[in-house]
Design a protein around this ligand. Structure first.
Ligand code: GLN
Length: 454
């Protein structure tokens, strides 16, 4: 009830939610009954959960921020949602996002942008700005996001929250409306590292419905976070800093906060080691071939027949109906990427574009492998600037894309990354995050280090 009251009070200004559940209190009451009946429920039972609208739910519409899916009701729950329900979390509502998770500001949502609770004239990050803003504005204690190139971590950075992108395959993608299938991962958003770890414990692990789901047995991430909170882990921890990451392009307050965080880790016994990742800076370029290619294929299913909206064209052919529906249903950014992706995949260009981008992806993976032979984690600023003004970059795709310069390589390599608040930038008083990256499957290490640093 407290969270519903808070939503009623502030969401008119923040607009974190696209849909608020009308039966959250009934679900909460049912959990109380289960608990009273002696059922052993997990630590998060009864905790309200905000769900990014990219995740399908049977009891609330799922739009992925697009007009083409307006009012769409899924016949099944995403695996992460089903697991959250089974653990007794209470779905509060569906959160706003850039259309089909394409963007860094939520301004590409077909339903209007979300506002950053720290300053309502500024962006909450994207694509998962709704989940991050809901948590930052105390409308929800915890949330689910998805991260293809930074959509959990960059919103966390600009809203002063924690956001974790798990190892690729660590959390099921079943029921996450696909953007780029080789990059997408679902993960938690929260106010503390321990909260993200608790939610990761609930949603993670093998899912036979996702063919890329890892069969690993995972350790308890909550235990890792609790262990990390003592700070012991920092003693002798080797923290890699990327030599090639230029200082230029980073807002002074972001760089200063990053250096201060490193100095504090060093003072606590960590060793800062320069590592070389010469291909890191080509991540954005490779990503904007791989992502549109995969997205153009994934979005082909919105064909006016199988899902969502249909625009009828009297006397028109099936192609006319398809074209009219996609024209009316998709926003400009989605169209831009579909066109880019189909072009990059077309006969004669495939090797030059998609093939080259895949080679760059391999080089980035090798950079990480070599770096992780020398260090335990790599640290970077989570994004180059603090929250910018709504409207500032929306007409400049390249500037928008450059928000993800430090987060994208992590998705390309399939390794885990977490963004932790690292204070406020001196020049504007807005939140800044530090990103830690670990080798694949070492998600627990990030919770240990993150809890030590926060
Ligand atoms: N901002 C990036 C993009 O526009 C990342 C999006 C995401 O992680 N879903 O593609």
């Amino acid at each position: 009830q407290a969270h519903l009251d808070r939503i009623a009070a502030v969401d008119g200004d923040v607009h974190a939610f696209l849909h608020v559940s009308d039966h959250a209190l009934d679900v909460a009451a049912d959990i109380d009954r289960r608990r009273a009946g002696g059922e052993q429920l997990g630590g998060l039972a009864g905790v309200p959960l905000a769900i990014k609208d990219v995740l399908v739910t049977t009891d609330m519409p799922s739009t992925s921020g697009s007009k083409i899916l307006e009012g769409y009701m899924s016949p099944y729950d995403a695996t992460v949602v089903a697991r959250a329900r089974a653990a007794g979390l209470v779905p509060l509502g569906k959160t706003n996002m850039d259309e089909f998770a394409m963007g860094s500001s939520t301004e590409h949502s077909a339903y209007g942008p979300t506002h950053n609770p720290w300053d309502l004239d500024r962006i909450p990050g994207g694509s998962g700005g709704g989940s991050a803003a809901a948590v930052a504005a105390f409308e929800a204690p915890i949330a689910l996001g998805s991260d293809t190139g930074g959509s959990i971590r960059q919103p966390a950075h600009v809203t002063g929250t924690v956001g974790m992108k798990p190892t690729y395959g660590g959390v099921s993608r079943f029921g996450a409306i696909a953007l780029a299938s080789s990059l997408d991962q679902v993960g938690p958003v929260s106010r503390t590292v321990l909260d993200s770890a608790l939610l990761h414990d609930v949603i993670g692990g093998h899912d036979p419905h996702d063919s890329t789901s890892l069969t690993d047995a995972w350790p308890s991430f909550a235990a890792a976070a609790r262990e990390g909170a003592t700070g012991e882990v920092l003693k002798g921890l080797k923290v890699g800093v990327i030599a090639e990451l230029p200082d230029s392009g980073f807002q002074p307050g972001v760089s200063a906060s990053f250096r201060a965080a490193l100095a504090a880790m060093e003072a606590a016994g960590a060793e800062i080691v320069e590592v070389s990742a010469p291909h890191f800076e080509y991540g954005v370029a490779a990503y904007y071939l791989i992502l549109p290619a995969e997205a153009s294929s994934n979005l082909a299913k919105f064909d006016s027949v199988r899902f969502g909206m249909r625009v009828n064209v009297p006397g028109g052919t099936v192609e006319d109906v398809m074209a009219a529906t996609r024209d009316a249903g998709f926003g400009d950014e989605v169209k831009r990427r579909v066109i880019l992706g189909t072009y990059a995949l077309s006969a004669g260009y495939y090797d030059a574009y998609y093939g080259s981008a895949q080679k760059v992806r391999t080089l980035i993976q090798r950079d990480f492998d070599e770096a992780f032979a020398r260090v335990d984690v790599i640290a970077t600023p989570s994004a180059p600037t603090t929250a910018f003004k709504l409207g500032e970059k929306v007409d400049d795709p390249i500037q928008m894309y450059l928000n993800d310069v430090t987060t994208i390589p992590v998705n390309l390599a399939g390794v885990p990354g977490i963004s932790i608040p690292s204070g406020l930038a001196e020049e504007d008083g807005l939140p800044v995050g530090i990103q830690f990256i670990a080798p694949a499957r070492e998600d627990a290490r990030l919770y240990r280090v993150g809890a030590a640093v926060e």
